[in-house]
Design a protein around this ligand. Structure first.
Ligand SMILES: [Zn+2]
Length: 183
């Protein structure tokens, strides 16, 4: 089955804009979140932010394999962070590329769940990493902007290749076969 949304790829301007606060959690948003889970599983990935499906709203969905199941975080903010952790990070909007990126290991997050309840919790390791990555998407930041100078040079070439691949035309159509061959 095809995913409900196409995931936007690096180069798409929607990935570079700051998303707007969610002011109302209505049926449309709930439906969109549900569709985003489907799109995320199909990819497959463990997190997906609204701008990645072209929606400029501050929320993201995630589901860690050994976590608490499907989670949605609306209008999230990081109120505190500490430690340092290097992790080989990837992004569905930069397919096929991974980079060692240093970010804080632990964060303290606040936001809303999909019912509009305030939530507040500590997150570390993979969950902490995921939330920081998705929150970056809400601010129009891709992991490419978290690289050091050497990595950035390498990344630029890799991203160019990726974009070329993506824009390459499909295989040329097969030549038409004639149905009859006259002797
Ligand atoms: Zn990403």
């Amino acid at each position: 089955m095809a995913a409900p949304h196409a995931i936007r790829i690096v180069g798409d301007p929607v990935l570079r804009q700051r998303a707007e606060e969610v002011t109302e959690i209505d049926d449309r948003l709930v439906r969109l979140a549900r569709d985003m889970f489907e799109t995320m599983y199909e990819a497959p990935g463990i997190g997906l932010a609204a701008p990645q499906v072209g929606v400029q709203k501050r929320f993201f969905v995630y589901d860690l394999e050994h976590g608490d199941g499907q989670q949605v975080l609306v209008n999230p903010t990081i109120v505190e962070s500490d430690g340092e952790w290097e992790f080989y990070e990837g992004c569905l909007s930069v397919p096929g590329l991974h980079f060692d990126i240093v970010r804080p290991r632990r964060i303290h997050v606040k936001g809303l769940d999909l019912d509009g309840n305030e939530v507040e919790f500590e997150a570390d390791d993979l969950l902490g990493r995921l939330i920081q990555h998705e929150l970056d998407h809400l601010d129009g930041i891709l992991l490419l902007e978290r690289l050091d100078d050497d990595q950035r040079k390498e990344a630029r070439a890799a991203v160019r290749r990726l974009q070329l691949e993506r824009s390459a035309p499909e295989d040329p159509p097969a030549p038409r076969r004639s149905f009859f061959r006259l002797s």
